[in-house]
Design a protein around this ligand. Structure first.
Ligand SMILES: Nc1ncnc2c1ncn2[C@@H]1O[C@H](COP(=O)(O)OP(=O)(O)OP(=O)(O)O)[C@@H](O)[C@H]1O
Ligand SMILES: [Mg+2]
Length: 378
């Protein structure tokens, strides 16, 4: 089994597009593939039209009351292609793991105890270098870093590679790192210049196949499917199919067992554990999602029991989500990170929307959820 994390802290460079379509093309080659979505934005999950109240959060969290096993949350996408879905509540895991020993190995532990046999496990990472990304790198044998040819810069690459080195030095876990050029526009001279620069900077780390700009890839995502279900004759399908062939030809190479070390990007001296621990703490401190206090309230003078339930608390009706009454106005303070959340009030067992909030959306079950959007930078 090969475990490949698709990661780059830069947003929008093609991580999810690559995870989804590489998974689909490996499956089209007869390989059994599981895509694990560990991005709280859940773009892979949503982009494949997967709906589930259980997610990888229920597998990785130790404090959730709705604990699940990885095999319990897996859903089938298409033949030989399964997904372990994500959800916005996964963002709270960063906080939960902040002070825990072994926090970087939670996903690795899960995959080690996982009994279902897949040829490939791909991991779609969030656009940051927080604990979820570190978990992915720690769990993976290989890392693919998508780099956009259109706006390539080395900014941030050092930080990402220092995490790979950190995992190597601290956990003695060797990860083979490859660069994938994405969004290549052959109409622009600029793209070719960038490709040359990437080649000279990364040489043998560069995957030979590149992914061209192809609007069909975006359209497939918007239609809730992968490119082979949407337009298998498109340039995007061809590119990802060729990439999957390149990955498959490396199957017998000892390099991909993750047990032998290929030349690192930068030779670093092994560092004492304390130094590495401090560095990991520094990175985590910077990357931990910032929270903001939000007060929810609803006027229900005759109610006896009121809860706030939403994507931020996994829709759980438990004591921590109970609202308090003051002269008939029930309220509850929650600390939330940036994101868009659906929620409802549950008044004496009845699920109702927040009538004081004009933002709302029909949910997959046909009823209405209220919506709140938090941007901690505002
Ligand atoms: N080769 C491509 N051609 C055209 N559009 C693309 C291509 N690759 C990705 N896109 C589009 O660019 C946007 C960003 O891509 P994607 O979601 O894969 O990036 P990401 O790195 O996963 O983003 P995030 O960092 O937010 O997770 C999406 O709308 C996607 O459909
Ligand atoms: Mg993504």
């Amino acid at each position: 089994m090969r475990i490949i994390a698709i990661t780059n802290q830069k947003g929008g460079c093609g991580k999810t597009t690559t995870s989804v379509n590489l998974a689909a093309s490996l499956a089209a080659n007869g390989r059994k593939v599981l895509l694990v979505d560990i991005d709280p934005q859940a773009h892979a999950t949503l982009g494949l039209n997967i709906k589930s109240y259980f997610s990888i959060y229920n597998v990785l969290s130790k404090i959730t009351h709705q604990k699940a096993k990885l095999e319990d949350i897996i859903q089938n996408v298409s033949p030989d292609f399964d997904i372990a879905p994500s959800s916005i509540i996964l963002s709270t895991l960063e906080q939960e793991l902040a002070g825990e020993i072994g926090r970087e190995s939670r996903l690795w532990d899960t995959l080690n105890n996982f009994k279902v046999n897949y040829d490939y496990i791909l991991i779609d990472c969030p656009p940051n270098l927080g604990i979820l990304t570190i978990n992915a790198i720690r769990a993976a044998d290989e890392v693919i870093i998508p780099v956009e040819a259109s706006r390539f810069s080395l900014e941030g690459m050092d930080q990402l590679l220092s995490i790979v080195n950190l995992v190597r030095d601290r956990l003695n876990h060797i990860v083979d790192t490859k660069i994938l050029v994405t969004n290549f526009d052959s109409r622009l001279a600029h793209s070719f210049k960038m490709l040359e620069k990437i080649k000279s900077d990364f040489r043998d780390r560069l995957l030979s196949n590149i992914i061209h700009v192809n609007v069909k890839l975006k359209e497939a995502q918007n239609q809730g499917t992968h490119i082979f279900n949407f337009d298998k004759y498109s340039r995007g399908a061809k590119d990802y199919y060729s990439l999957s062939r390149e990955i498959i030809t490396q199957e017998t190479s000892p390099e991909n067992t993750g047990k032998t070390e290929s030349a690192p990007f930068r030779k670093t001296e092994p560092k004492p554990i304390a130094v590495l621990e401090r560095k990991m703490n520094e990175i985590l401190k910077k990357e931990l999602p910032k929270l903001t206090e939000v007060i929810f309230s609803v006027f229900a003078p005759d109610a006896k029991d009121v809860y706030i339930a939403g994507e931020f608390n996994n829709w759980k009706l438990e004591d921590s989500n109970r609202m308090l009454s003051n002269n008939g106005t029930w309220s509850k303070k929650l600390n939330l990170t940036s994101g868009k959340y659906r929620y409802r009030f549950v008044i004496d067992g009845k699920w109702i929307e927040d009538t004081s909030n004009p933002l709302r959306e029909i949910n997959p079950y046909g009823s209405v959820d209220s919506l709140i959007e938090i941007d901690i930078n505002k």
